[in-house]
Design a protein around this ligand. Sequence first.
Ligand code: 5AD
Ligand code: SF4
Length: 459
Amino acid sequence: MKAHLITYGCQMNEYDTHLVESQLVSFGADLVGSVDEADFVLVNTCAVRGKPVDKVRSLLGELRKQKQQRPLVVGMMGCLAQLEEGQRIARKFEVDVLLGPGSLLDIGKALESNERFWSLQFKDELHGHIPPPPTGKLQAHLTIMRGCDHHCTYCIVPTTRGPQVSRHPDDILRELDSLLAAGVQEVTLLGQNVNAYGVDQGAKLAGYPSFADLLRLVGRSGVRRVKFTTSHPMNFTEDVAAAMAETPAVCEFVHLPVQSGSNRVLRRMAREYTREKYLSHIAEIKKHLPHVVLATDIIVGFPGETEEDFQETLSLYDEVGYDSAYMFIYSPRPGTPSYKHFQDLPRELKTERLQRLIVKQKEWSARKNAGKVGTIQELLLRGDAHDAGFLEGHTRGNHPTVVPKALGATGPGIYRARIEHATPHMLYGRLIGQDGQDLPELPRLNPEAAALSSPLQMA
Ligand code: 5AD
Ligand code: SF4
């Protein structure tokens, strides 16, 4: 069988795609790079906003057309598959295999079945399952918990992914060992709300460590870099900031979604914290990690958001000084409390607010990135950049960074660089050796083309 997987949504979904791909390979499938080469196409879906749902709908429409022309099995997995809405779409587009986010390990049974195979139960075996490490990658994801126990009124995820379950720490550490043995140098711990690791009922009874202690454990494993995402501010404890500060492998990067700067909106979102409480967490983080890089998620145009509410979001942005932000227009999701109870704001109003927020974000990203010029950053270089003669990678704070190829650093790995130039989206540096001296640059393959497309001129 030739299988091709397509992934929408978050890093949790990327992890799940890898998990299912490795299952398929173990059952003898070949993974192919395009729909045209495949006889089994599996779409890993996201339901968090209307847009990813629309994308899945049009992709499945395309696939149905192809099914009429050649033998093709079409599958759908992930968050949308778990919802009524997704199952309606699956019926309409004649989807053969449907796996909810908790039933991914049923992929084997799905392959054996000669008829339509749908499975939507959450299976506990998933938590103990350790997928093989990705091949030839320096970075990997590691899911430490699934589901979410919060009930933000806009959010479909508690419905799609169910209540929170923390994975057993032994399973996490075993998976980490296998990643390290495969040469992985940067691990991102994943969960809908990693700060709440260990606080679900089962985990508490079993005496799992807190998230802060898990960070300390993972940090001692020999991995070069540890990151984590994402967190609900309610579950952020000062001990997490302390663990980050005392564990050198843990990167000084925190993604703490705020969603809104207005207490009135936060209340209607049922976020369970106030602006003041959120800012006190940020102050704790900055106290322990003075050079922390901060990112957030913001929803604009939540039902009932007034101009004053929106101004509060803008002023919170200034008060925190985020390095980056994911910004979303509120999207009413059927099945959520805000969909049921609140009136959506006009589209133009929401779009106009988003544009104003993007201006704010660009100003801050420009200012924060400019502040990196002249500093030394540790880079994980993934490989060749788009421009010949350059390598691309990212810092401990997740800044995308480009450097010219240099002697002794032509391939993937962790290096140090002096940052020489910055735009709101990119840092440009020069690799340095242990002595702090520049590593000699390699001659460009095509000096003319390279000069034309030099990132320093693009900026
Ligand atoms: N509309 C817009 N954005 C949403 N998010 C979650 N639900 C919605 C929605 N209904 C955003 C939140 C969350 C991120 C993953 O997606 O900001 O943190
Ligand atoms: Fe989308 Fe949320 Fe599901 Fe991730 S967890 S795929 S963001 S709905």
